[in-house]
Design a protein around this ligand. Structure first.
Ligand SMILES: Nc1ncnc2c1ncn2[C@@H]1O[C@H](COP(=O)(O)OP(=O)(O)OP(=O)(O)O)[C@@H](O)[C@H]1O
Ligand SMILES: [Mg+2]
Length: 245
């Protein structure tokens, strides 16, 4: 497989980067592959806890976000309606590379014109100026999606990762290619408790929808998302459990 991943060294195949991962298009396919950044390529402001989780994830498969995403999606797709599962990449499979650890191969998500989808908040900022009706439809679609995630107890805790995929000039689908099912909670295993998951998804969704609402209604600046780093452990526990907003 290593030889087959030689395109990772070719920057032209790079689709995007996040705080932890790089995503490369697999040439000649409709797939992409994501691995953690190399240690020397992590953004300089990467937190120590992120560095430690990445190091641990390279060693331990079950701690690796790529592997966890794949495993969770396998389970999820058996449990939820097909139209809801279609929000996530159609195909995913784990891949191992000796010098990069575990990665995930998945269907690439592109707009009909071949461009990369924008995140929902960014797309909304564009649409409120050019086509407010579509902006409203986008807000409603995000709200509906969250209602379904809460109803099904889906571990999706980072709303800012919702993508808007244009399937035609005025038609779109909401898509998600980045989610962390283990939810980075203080206590391990919380993401297995349905009540906890629902409360947390609902709380995050409320906060995110407030932000989208501010964009939709022309607020110059969306309300800042409070940093979890600056809150006490007790408050963080209450926030994580959905007892506080
Ligand atoms: N399936 C996909 N199709 C198209 N582009 C993708 C796909 N998956 C990831 N990308 C691109 O790669 C970028 C990095 O991937 P991803 O967001 O999964 O990394 P991450 O490190 O988990 O991000 P974050 O810092 O937000 O947690 C994305 O922002 C997106 O531009
Ligand atoms: Mg991520």
């Amino acid at each position: 497989m290593n030889g087959g991943l030689s395109f990772l060294a070719d920057e032209r195949t790079l689709l995007g980067t996040g705080r932890r991962r790089r995503c490369h298009r697999m040439p000649g396919t409709d797939l992409c592959v994501k691995f953690y950044h190399r240690d020397d390529a992590l953004p300089p402001d990467t937190r120590l806890t992120t560095r430690l989780t990445i190091t641990w994830g390279r060693i331990c498969r079950l701690a690796n976000v790529n592997y966890r995403e794949w495993r969770y999606l396998q389970r999820l797709k058996r449990q939820i309606p097909a139209d809801l599962a279609a929000v996530f990449p159609e195909h995913t499979e784990p891949v191992h590379c000796p010098d990069r650890g575990w990665g995930i191969i998945e269907t690439v998500i592109l707009n009909a014109d071949g461009t990369l989808p924008r995140k929902a908040a960014d797309e909304l900022k564009v649409q409120v100026l050019s086509n407010p009706q579509i902006g409203r439809a986008l807000y409603d679609a995000v709200e509906q999606l969250f209602k379904r995630f809460v109803a099904h107890g889906i571990c999706f805790f980072d709303p800012s990762n919702i993508l808007v995929q244009w399937t035609g000039p005025e038609t779109f689908r909401l898509r998600i290619a980045d989610f962390e099912p283990s939810c980075r909670a203080l206590l391990p295993g919380l993401s297995r408790i349905n009540f906890y998951v629902r409360c947390k998804v609902r709380r995050r969704a409320t906060r995110y929808l407030r932000r989208l609402d501010a964009i939709l209604n022309g607020a110059r600046h969306a309300p800042p998302v409070p940093s979890l780093q600056r809150v006490s452990i007790l408050r963080r526990l209450a926030l994580d459990s959905g007892l506080m907003m």
